[in-house]
Design a protein. Structure first.
Length: 445
């Protein structure tokens, strides 16, 4: 990527043109990088250089400096353009209950974890059939190869992020998170990168030969990162979502670990937005959006690193990804809500079921040869083993599923006349195939 011209060198040479550019072009500034500006036609009577100098001069008056510094000790800066302020305002007023109803909340969280894990791993170069990975995560199965191991690691890391969301971030937690993410996938044991070890952000090329933080400054970098994440720095207000996005970039840029820096960065973003009080992001998967245009994701990092450490490029890119991911969530919720309504229409037995059981029935009506396991139901809806067990056995007692033993597991099947049974409101007789004495300890199911 081309390093932009210094606007300070242009100002004395083209002062009159700069003033004209400032008046005509700055109010419509879409925050283009020099590389993008080079592709635009020059406005009448104004050189591209004067145009760039005017934009840089206008931006400089709004930039704020933070404690993040590059390898040479230069601070990173950012500003909040008008369009970004509007998006942040909308996000501040989005409420979980207005987007995801209680009948889908558990299912939506589990789905977001699966999709985020698979896409974040793909951004790191993990390849393989997504459907196989989803089935592994849905059923709680063991990984069959290194790719599934990486995806499973991310899923568990994101679960940990959700559990620890209310605690202040610490360097020890970041190191532990990275170790969990790369467990059994690389030869490096995890922990802070030592002298002589390489470092990379998977799938992201850094511009201008950008180097990771020095070995000597690594521990201090993590301390500074946590101080920023916990709101201790800077001494002025930073919008919580911008703070989370900067934390994401900080890990991508510093690259303190031998491997897994990109995956750790994306997990830290998730933790940061949840910690900052945005529960809606438990339902949102950002990485699938980034995966659609990975080159644009990499370019946003490069734009920051080549243009005076201006984080605004990356903030705007991530704001667009967040907006798109929320749109995907709304679309998915609308479809799933419609499916549940259609599945329950005309069936008297449907309303007596809880939302998780309704989801099983909707799936069973569409997929009559489906098989359901307790572990699979547990992971699909993000509930405890006991809750999943109670759900499926209750459906069997209502005679809406049949149940058989297969080794040490119970397998729940769809009866051929499920629609008739739902219409009849479902039976409530005991399941005769299994007596109480046959039931296995819950830790074996």
């Amino acid at each position: 990527m081309t390093k932009p011209l210094s606007y300070l060198d242009i100002i004395p040479q083209q002062w009159a043109a700069l003033i004209e550019a400032y008046e005509k072009l700055v109010p419509q500034d879409p925050y283009l990088h020099w590389d993008e500006l080079e592709q635009k036609p020059e406005p009448d009577g104004i050189s591209r250089e004067a145009w760039w100098a005017a934009l840089k001069l206008a931006r400089s008056s709004h930039l704020r400096s933070i404690s993040l510094r590059d390898r040479n000790g230069k601070s990173f800066v950012f500003c909040v353009p008008a369009g970004l302020s509007e998006l942040l305002h909308r996000l501040d007023h989005d409420r979980v209950e207005a987007i995801v109803g209680p009948e889908l909340s558990e299912r939506a969280v589990a789905n977001a974890l699966r999709e985020e894990s698979i896409a974040s791993a793909a951004l790191a170069g993990v390849t393989g059939p997504d459907d196989n990975a989803r089935e592994m995560l849905r059923t709680g199965g063991k990984p069959r190869d290194g790719g599934e191991q990486a995806i499973g690691n991310l899923y568990r890391a994101l679960e940990v992020v959700g559990v620890r969301r209310d605690e202040p971030l610490s360097p020890g937690e970041i190191i532990t998170l990275n170790k969990l993410i790369i467990k059994n996938t690389v030869s490096a044991p995890g922990g802070i990168r030592r002298s002589g070890e390489g470092s990379a952000v998977e799938g992201l090329a850094h511009a201008g030969g950008s180097q990771p933080i020095s070995v000597e400054g690594r521990a201090q970098c993590l301390e500074a990162m946590c101080a920023f994440a916990n709101g201790q720095t800077p001494d002025f207000f930073v919008h919580p979502l911008i703070r989370a996005v900067i934390l994401h970039f900080w890990m991508l840029h510093a690259r303190p670990f031998p491997a897994g820096n990109g995956r750790t960065a994306r997990a830290l973003f998730k933790r940061a937005v949840l910690h900052q009080g945005y529960p809606l992001f438990a339902f949102v998967a950002i990485s699938p959006v980034l995966l659609r245009a990975p080159a644009r994701y990499a370019r946003a990092v490069q734009q920051v690193e080549t243009d005076d450490n201006d984080l605004t490029y990356f903030i705007l890119h991530q704001a667009g990804a967040i907006s798109e991911a929320l749109g995907i969530l709304r679309g998915r919720v609308a479809r799933q809500t419609s499916e549940l309504r259609e599945a329950g229409a005309g069936f008297r037995g449907f309303a007596a079921l809880n939302p998780r059981q309704q989801a099983v029935m909707a799936h069973a009506l569409r997929t009559p040869d489906a098989r359901y396991l307790i572990a699979g139901h547990q992971h699909s809806h993000g509930v405890t083993h006991q809750t999943a067990r109670d759900d499926l056995f209750d459906l069997a007692r209502r005679e809406l599923l049949t149940v058989v033993k297969a080794g040490r597991r119970y397998v729940f099947k769809v009866p051929a006349d499920l629609a008739r049974r739902l219409q009849a409101a479902g039976g409530r007789r005991r399941v005769e195939e299994i007596s109480l004495s046959d039931e296995l300890p819950t830790n074996l199911l």
